[in-house]
Design a protein around this ligand. Structure first.
Ligand code: RB5
Length: 146
């Protein structure tokens, strides 16, 4: 499975640790983020990963900025993206099982790397349950076409 990762200047170190973690788990990782700590604009990276996921260039995306908020908001503007910001594993798991999220975001200034790893594992190991959840996800996605 291929995972696209994106980040702004606030999350360079965490991005590198997350990339290593994912590679050690056997995932292929594509880096769409910045590797510089010079101040930059998070919407650029949210959009890049959002477009890569929507186009099928990668299977899933992970986004990290200071809070995870701005970068996920940007990704959610790309048609086909369902990005979630999570600071704990329960919502991360449910966001896949019920909401079929395709991008996970979190904040490098909010959580530490060990919690980030738990959240990522929970998210990646969960599966969309379909059924009534499919109907609701379809309703969400229909909003962007109205
Ligand atoms: C950058 O200072 C910060 O605003 C950004 O990383 C993020 O937290 C935005 O939501």
């Amino acid at each position: 499975m291929k995972i696209g990762i994106g980040n702004d200047h606030s999350a360079v170190e965490m991005k590198q640790e997350v990339m290593k973690f994912l590679q050690d788990l056997g995932y292929e990782v594509v880096n769409y983020g910045t590797d510089s700590t010079e101040s930059c604009d998070y919407p650029v990276y949210g959009e890049k990963v959002g477009r890569a996921v929507a186009a099928g260039d990668v299977d899933l995306g992970i986004l990290i900025c200071g809070t995870g908020v701005g970068i996920s908001l940007a990704a959610n503007k790309v048609k086909g993206v369902r990005a979630v910001v999570c600071s704990e594993p329960y919502s991360a798991r449910l966001s896949r099982q019920h909401n079929n999220t395709n991008i996970l975001a979190f904040g490098a200034r909010v959580i530490g790397i060990e919690l980030a790893k738990m959240i990522i594992e929970e998210w990646l190991n969960a599966e969309f349950e379909g059924g009534r959840h499919q109907r609701r996800v379809d309703m969400i996605m229909a909003i962007q076409d109205k």
